[in-house]
Write a protein that binds this ligand. Structure first.
Ligand code: VAH
Length: 315
């Protein structure tokens, strides 16, 4: 059985629904510190749990006879800059609990999300390689870089089967984003439909690696289903789909909403975005386990506007 910790988050929500569709609702136990969407709560087992408490996770694993854990709980980049110690405790504490349960053979496989935030200002920004200089300058990035090191250590030292992806900015319409720097690229679609205008907190030429959520969910499941010997990277895989700037995204939206306007008021998140790459080289993921993305900017924009249209009908 599968346990998803942080099931009510931006990725967790869609991952829970995708896995329930795949392996059956009752085989996927969703847990979070708070309740989630109606779909999520009504489609299968749900448990309130604190990801920073070893006992609460261990109890879920024993009670529900869990084999695999997807640890999706985290504090993202912008919020972690406001609460550094809380961000570190949540992101690292929860990871150690799950790694140690696997070390004790109480679970057999782990998925843990890393991020392009592990890269910093000294990292090559174009086609950032799988292995490169990484001096992250955000609390979130530091926690993800440390987490990658611990995942690789537990795999090499204790044989723990932990797998990880460095997600780019993820774009979805089924959940509201929570505290990310890339989340301008989600908000913009809501604002385009509501007000036909958006004030971006990143400058017009800020290019960042991005991905539509369907591609991220597909990659996650594909990596978890790959034969262990194909998973050669046990820190975390680079993964890429598209990269764009706020002005390019605005132009793609204007294909559907010609009168859409954007203006720019960069805030503290600009410095976070400036420390990250513009594009990622994911050749190793494509080679090791056959990754390939489906959504380009046009296709993603169509899906996002179609998915949100009903919410803002009549604007
Ligand atoms: C964030 N969406 O902005 C997350 C992600 C690469 C960005 O880690 O913090």
């Amino acid at each position: 059985k599968i346990l998803i910790i942080g099931a009510c988050g931006q990725i967790g929500t869609e991952l829970t629904m995708a896995l329930r569709n795949k392996v059956g609702n009752d085989n996927v136990i969703a847990s979070d510190i708070r309740e989630g969407s109606r779909d999520l709560m009504e489609s299968g087992p749900f448990e309130i749990a604190d990801a920073t408490s070893f006992e609460s996770i261990e109890n879920l694993v024993i009670q529900h006879e869990i084999d695999e854990v997807y640890l999706m709980a985290a504090m993202l980049s912008a919020t972690a800059e406001k609460f550094p110690m809380k961000g570190w405790e949540l992101n690292m504490g929860s990871l150690f609990h799950v790694l140690n349960l696997a070390k004790e053979k109480k679970i057999t496989r782990i998925f843990w999300p890393s991020s392009i935030a592990v890269f910093g200002p000294s990292t090559p920004k174009i086609d950032t390689p799988q292995t490169t200089v990484m001096e992250p300058s955000t609390v979130y990035g530091i926690s993800k870089q440390s987490g990658e090191r611990w995942c690789e250590y537990y795999h090499q030292k204790y044989g723990v089967d932990v797998r990880s992806i460095r997600y780019p900015g993820l774009i979805s319409y089924k959940t509201l984003p929570g505290g990310g720097t890339t989340d301008y690229a989600v908000e913009i679609y809501h604002e385009a439909l509501k007000h036909k205008k958006y004030t971006s907190f990143l400058k017009e030429d800020t290019e960042l690696p991005m991905m539509f959520m369907d591609d991220a969910i597909k990659a996650t499941i594909q990596l978890m289903e790959a034969p262990s010997e194909k998973v050669k990277v046990r820190s975390s895989y680079n993964l890429a789909a598209l990269n764009f700037t706020p002005e390019t995204l605005a132009a793609a939206i204007r294909e559907h909403i010609p009168e859409f306007e954007i203006d720019y008021a960069p805030d503290f998140r600009q410095a976070i975005a400036d420390s990250w790459p513009s594009s990622i080289d994911d050749a190793q993921a494509r080679e090791d386990w056959g990754w390939s993305h489906d959504f380009d900017l046009e296709k993603m924009t169509f899906e996002m506007l179609a998915g949100l249209k009903d919410t803002y009908q009549g604007n």
